[in-house]
Design a protein around this ligand. Structure first.
Ligand code: PMP
Length: 353
């Protein structure tokens, strides 16, 4: 069967080379006569994987040794809990959150269990169709939390505010897709299952000096300091997702790094947005200035064409184009591994509708 044009929002397309190399590692890892799945995480072969998986993130992000890289279980959703547990003061804890979508709201909901949460900006009343920009965050807050890319609505923060406190960002759906000064953040997290690898592991990049300052008694498994002390091997790590993430990041590094990925992502997004703007049958859900390069959420204006459109993209070998169940319509996710040829196939279908 020929490969589909995979626009899935996540888990999603990864480089073909990653599928092939990780399949090989399941059969025989590094030619050692054992599968990656049957060796100890303390074996020298796996420790080398974890060491390199941690090192490559710092190289790609251009971060110094003030930062530690962790690969944790529990998904990005567990970080909604670990962030306040580790960063919100036990007494009079207070954090500022930007509410830009369902995932940001999920983070807010959990943080409220630990202390006061001020939502400094929200586009909820407007169906999360834009990124609020008119707010300030002062030093009375323990930290500020934002979501760089809103996977469902197709909005993306193009710039980040200067805040007077720690800066925390959920980068689950646009990590490694564009050049950013990563050193402006004190903590970054991202579920791997978009640009980074398969589901089952979450990347956490944390500045060491911010830890251990809340006065809270944090259960060890939820304490970043414990994971840092054990070099991301506090307990058995998700070995396969870590290895496949390493392969994905090596692929990125060998293909020009983040700068080259950004140029490819911009070209793909331009191709699709130009067609949406030109074609009177389509429109995006969000404000133009906040359009995401990763998730292009759009709708069909003439419902009578829905069946024809759906049949046409499916016949063209396209998969994963349906919008998130909460807003409907369509969503084309243009993650790093999606080739521009797939976008061209979609644009051709839209042109012929
Ligand atoms: N944050 C964002 C921006 C997401 O897109 C998602 C999931 N798609 C999550 C958090 C939740 O991630 P997980 O399913 O890994 O908990």
């Amino acid at each position: 069967m020929s490969k589909k044009h995979n626009f899935s929002a996540g888990p999603c397309i990864l480089p073909q080379e990653v599928f092939e190399k990780s399949a090989q590692a399941i059969l025989d890892f590094n030619g050692i006569g054992l599968s990656l799945l049957e060796i100890s995480h303390r074996s020298k072969d796996f420790v080398a994987v974890m060491d390199e998986a941690r090192a490559i993130v710092k190289r790609l992000m251009n971060l110094n040794d003030d930062y530690e890289v962790l690969y944790l279980g529990g998904g990005a959703s567990l970080q909604f809990v670990m962030v306040p547990f580790n960063l919100m003061k036990s007494e009079n804890g207070k954090a500022a959150y930007l509410d830009t979508g369902v995932w940001a709201a999920g983070a807010i909901k959990e943080a409220k269990k630990f202390g006061t949460v001020d939502v400094v900006g929200s586009s909820k009343e407007d169906n999360y169709s834009f990124i609020p920009k008119d707010y300030t965050v002062g030093s009375e807050y323990d930290y500020f939390h934002c979501t760089s890319n809103n996977t469902i609505y197709g909005t993306q923060m193009k710039t980040f505010p200067k805040v007077d406190t720690l800066m925390v960002c959920d980068m689950s759906s646009d990590i490694f897709s564009r050049q950013i000064d990563f050193s402006q953040f004190d903590l970054i997290y991202a579920g791997a299952q978009k640009n980074m690898g398969p589901a089952g592991v979450t990347l956490v990049v944390v500045k060491k000096e911010i830890l251990g300052k809340t006065g809270r008694d944090i259960p060890s498994i939820l304490d970043y300091s414990q994971h840092v002390a054990k070099e991301s091997m506090y307990n058995t790590p998700p070995v396969f997702p870590v290895y496949a993430s390493l392969l994905t990041l090596q692929h990125l590094e060998n293909n020009g790094g983040i700068a080259a990925a950004e140029a490819r992502n911009e070209a793909k997004a331009k191709l699709l947005y130009e067609e949406i703007d030109r074609n009177p049958l389509f429109e995006t859900f969000c404000k133009e200035e906040d359009r995401s390069l990763m998730n292009v959420s759009f709708r069909l204006l003439d419902e009578s064409k829905k069946e024809t459109f759906d049949n046409a993209w499916k016949a063209a070998g396209i998969s994963g184009l349906n919008g998130h169940r909460s807003i409907g319509g369509y969503r084309a996710s243009l993650y790093n591994a999606l080739p521009i040829e797939s976008v061209q196939v979609l644009v051709d279908v839209m042109k012929n509708l």
